[in-house]
Ligand binder design. Structure first.
Ligand code: GDP
Ligand code: MG
Length: 177
């Protein structure tokens, strides 16, 4: 049915501490529960409908990448997504390098598929401790053939655009089939 077609599984990937859970909680609209929630449940899934370009879409956002160091779970994550958000922190060069690794892993896992991937440079509010420039992020996204956006979970900057962008990317691919 149409409503099933509009339920999209989105997987958050990225190094520890880059802001995956913060972004997911803002999306889920539960940012107030932050610390308690995060401590008790290291992994979470958020289910929400958003209207994008006048049409409703339901996103299931999985923040489970770091739940444990289980290879099975990581393989599942690589297989199950309709779209991927690869997050790094603009204040952490190592997390940016890790994002490239994840992109390569993802390409290997989903070889012939054209799945939407958004590279996200989070913590754009931390201007003085920036280690990765906007240009580096953008260039990386070009090489990896994916979309790019910088966000600040702390300021809620571009978070809405990020999730709307995911829906648009998924729809573009569906429409071209
Ligand atoms: P995760 O390990 O990827 O899930 O990252 P978290 O969402 O737990 O965030 C790690 C830390 O970075 C927490 O202390 C957050 O409050 C902080 N953080 C996350 N996003 C931002 C951001 O955009 N700006 C700033 N200044 N801090 C952030
Ligand atoms: Mg987390």
């Amino acid at each position: 049915s149409d409503s099933e077609d509009q339920l999209f599984k989105v997987i958050l990937l990225g190094e520890h501490g880059v802001g995956k859970s913060s972004l997911a909680r803002i999306f889920g609209g539960v940012e107030d529960l932050q610390d308690v929630d995060c401590f008790i449940f290291p992994g979470n899934t958020y289910d929400r409908s958003i209207v994008v370009d006048g049409e409703e879409a339901s996103l299931l956002v999985f923040d489970i990448w770091e739940q444990d160091d289980n290879h099975w779970l990581h393989n599942q994550c690589m297989k199950m997504g309709d779209a991927y958000v690869i997050v790094y922190s603009v204040t952490d060069k190592a997390s940016f390098e890790k994002a490239s690794e994840l992109r390569i892993q993802l390409r290997r896992a989903r070889q012939s598929e054209d799945i939407p991937i958004i590279l996200v440079g989070n913590k754009s509010d931390l201007v003085r401790s920036r280690e990765v420039s906007v240009e580096e992020g953008r260039a990386c996204a070009v090489v990896f053939d994916c979309k790019f956006i910088e966000t600040s979970a702390a300021l809620h900057h571009n978070v809405k655009d990020l999730f709307e962008g995911i829906v648009r990317q998924i729809r573009l691919r569906k429409d071209s089939k």
